[in-house]
Design a protein around this ligand. Sequence first.
Ligand SMILES: [Zn+2]
Ligand SMILES: [Zn+2]
Length: 351
Amino acid sequence: MLNTNNEVYRGLHYPWGRDVDPGAGVPQEIVEGVYWVRFPMPMSLDHINIWLLEESDGWTVVDTCLNLPDARAIWEDLLCGHMKDKPVTRVICTHMHPDHVGLAGWLVEKFDCPLWMSREEFLMCRTLAADTGQPAPDIAIKFYAAAGYSPAELEQYKNRFGMFGFGISPLPPSYRRLVASENLTIGDRYWQVVIGSGHSPEHVCLYCPALKCLISGDQVLPRISPNVSVFPTEPDGDPLKEWLISNARIRELLPDDLLVLPSHEAPFRGLHARLSQLIDGHNKNLDRLFNFLKQPRRVVDCFPALFKREIGEDSLGLATGETIAHLNCLMHRGQISRKKHSDNVHLYEQI
Ligand SMILES: [Zn+2]
Ligand SMILES: [Zn+2]
């Protein structure tokens, strides 16, 4: 049992504290029939929260962790321990990022049970997995060259391309589609599918009115502002607009008094406050970036307007994607223009 450790920070209430550590692989019943299991990960984002929903005849698993031996070992312990009396009857993935979908294929094969995902997440995941081991396409290299990457940075991008599939066990060839607003019966309770977009294309959150809780995936995290990125597959996309609209919609749709169960960091209350913080944070970034573009700048010149920290090799890809997301948003709003410089590098400037 977790100790109550009420902590309020920046308008959010953490019933078990902001830095609560439930213990790696130790299931904690967080609300009736919903177990929180933390899986460690070997990266700067050093864990993911997985949710186990108990039913009379089985378990519904929400998210799965990366395809790593350590994560499989935690699953094996859970399956032979806490979950041993009942099979996994369904695996739900909130979205297609490898920390969420990594062991979904492995679990559904093991239990011969269905994978439940939204359609865009399922298809995007299969598309990215198909790039595994392939060389980076020329158009993607041109995209990062236009952002202002140096030859060494382009080389690094090429070397890292096609790694997606290594973090996941192969997805099954078919799935059960989750649709916005549909009600799932899990155990004897309804869970409503709530869709967000921007961090990933069709991100699933699950809302249970009876338990007054929301499994929020990466759509709503208490401390991190989830990455919103433009990638070379859709260079003119405006995911930031989708992010702002979908978070405002979720704030309108759902009550405020929910216990939010996020995929990273600690459960909290204060859904509306957090959604407002996420929206306001991006709006401030858009303003700052717009002011920064009084003179023409490349994508990589814009990092200081958006990030407080120095952007190193490891965060370059995410920072670039997030910066282009803000630039594209301003362009779609007609506030800035993009021109190609003679060396094929893009320059952005206020209109
Ligand atoms: Zn994610
Ligand atoms: Zn995540």
